[in-house]
Design a protein around this ligand. Sequence first.
Ligand code: GLA
Length: 384
Amino acid sequence: MDTGVLEQRFKEVYGRKAEHLYFAPGRVNLIGEHIDYNGGRVFPCALSFGTYLLMARREDRKTGFASMNQAFRGEFDERVFENKPAEWVKYPLGVLKEFADRGFDPWGFDVLYFGDIPNGAGLSSSASIEVVTAFMLNDMLNTGLDVVELVKMSQRAENVFVGMNCGIMDQFAVGMGRSGHAIALDCGTLEYDLIPLNINGYKLVIANSNKNHDLVTSEYNVRRSQCEQALAAINREIDAKHLCDLSVAEFEDVKHLIADDTVCRRARHAVTENARVNEAINVLQKGDLVRFGQLMNESHRSLKEDYEVTGTEMDTLAEEGQKLPGVLGSRITGGGFGGCTVSLVAEDDVSGFVEKLAAVYHEKIGLSAEFYVADIGDGVRRIY
Ligand code: GLA
């Protein structure tokens, strides 16, 4: 990344030099979808692309926001909390509000963002903006909060200020990722292990469907409340804090308590996905990539049939991908309704995979997919 271009733009926008540069990555989730808010285990990694934040302090109690990706620019003070903007600035402003709510004064900065994560692709561009903003404020205000606390504040910003009832996975991966590792995160307890991503001879290939995941907020919140309904029904007979506290066998015993078939399928996805994640982490550590790939495929099927968050575009990308030579597994990643798939592909077959999948996807759907070989990077940090 040539930061000279960013620095030049900062000068143009704010008429002076930037003081510090921060960075937070995007993330790709390998397996464990829609279970972070069900107390399940997820398995994401941070990417090497993400969001850059350049900043300088200013004398008054206002904050300027600009982006090299979005036209909207603005200067705000605390009155904005009463009158939430609809534009992208709601993500960083939600974070400022979290700091204000904890008694810190988060104003008095000029900020410029630049993201090289494809927008709206389900690779957590929003979590990345939130976490980089929280990290910068924490650094500037010397609050002494640790990164896990910043992760929680960023999730809250998105839940409360933005109105997307997301779980903690994205912000956690963006904050706590480590190069060459995936994070086995228990979202019920926030205990985590960094697992070396030993996939020698294979690559993780991200395919962006270029189908914007515009339904994601409304449908996402519906899925989340269906899971709450399922848990409430189960709680009539057994005590469970989260759906993912149940094993698949335990779920089979109590599923009759869930009257609505759709709600029951949502819960079945959560329980079986959690079991798949546990197995996937195990087999990866044993080097059984073939089984890991099968679990990715099963995850996609469950997200398609039980959770219904895929759609024709994503099913085409994943299912056509699964058929290609050298592919061990392929699945949708992130919240769904568009976005990206992630596939485990033999190194020698990557170029064939990209070429063939691009062609078949274009032929069937009429859209052009974009491909990235995932480079697993570190979590949020200050560059200077
Ligand atoms: C979105 C949310 C996450 C998670 C995923 C699905 O990315 O922000 O919290 O629920 O969807 O796994």
